[in-house]
Design a protein around this ligand. Structure first.
Ligand code: TMP
Length: 211
């Protein structure tokens, strides 16, 4: 029905807000699926464990292909069936994460990633992508307050996280119709309000197209 992806650097607060977005939409009577990548499906969650495990040393292209493999599995088994059943799908990370993290920060190349993802994903791309904007420095402070140990990607140095942020800025400037930015430094209720506004807009557009 409507496919929404949430994007941002680690510690941007998108995961916390995602549950509130889901509750708001469910209360309005919509069928909603909140899911995540890498993961969202049994085998894709297994791939997630492998990618994020700090003991694994993974080359940039292998890492890229693992993320995309997990995405394909999740897409075919969970996302596409849900969309076909009239559900709003909210996905915590999707294809832009691979472009920013692997394409830009790991230097695999954003154009190369686009090529592979165009083949693998086909036409199933998000209708709306919300980018939770916070500087890498602020995000790092938030991450330090977390109780669990950082995973393989979170343990990368500040140069890597700055590069991920830069990668996202490129994607935002090249996809102004699809990717909308919310200020994630604001208090949580204000962030939620910004998100609600964007989703309502996208829903109205979708419903008017179906008229
Ligand atoms: P999460 O902590 O937001 O669930 O995501 C796990 C980590 O994987 C996070 O550091 C971002 C990273 N990631 C990529 O590098 N490429 C991808 O394609 C995806 C989906 C996530």
């Amino acid at each position: 029905m409507l496919f929404i992806s949430l994007e941002g650097i680690d510690g941007s607060g998108k995961t916390t807000i995602s549950k509130m977005i889901k509750d708001n939409l469910s209360q309005k009577g919509f069928k909603v699926l909140l899911t995540r990548e890498p993961g969202g499906e049994t085998f894709a969650e297994d791939i997630r464990q492998m990618i994020l495990d700090k003991k694994n040393i993974i080359t940039p292209w292998t890492e890229t292909l693992l993320y995309i493999a997990a995405r394909k599995q999740h897409l075919d088994k969970v996302v596409i069936p849900a969309l076909k059943a009239g559900t709003i799908v909210i996905c915590d990370r999707f294809m832009d994460s691979t472009s920013a993290y692997q394409g830009y920060a790991r230097n695999v190349g954003m154009a190369e990633i686009d090529e592979v993802q165009n083949i693998v994903l086909g036409s199933t791309k998000p209708d709306l992508t919300i980018f939770f904007d916070i500087t890498p420095k602020e995000a790092h402070i938030r991450l330090l307050k977390r109780k669990r140990k950082p995973d393989r990607l979170e343990s990368e140095d500040s140069v890597f996280h700055e590069a991920v942020y830069e990668g996202y800025q490129i994607l935002i400037s090249e996809n102004t119709d699809r990717i909308k930015v919310v200020n994630s430094r604001k208090p949580i209720n204000e962030v939620l309000q910004q998100v609600d506004f964007l989703i309502n807009d996208a829903l109205n557009e979708r419903l008017s197209k179906n008229d």
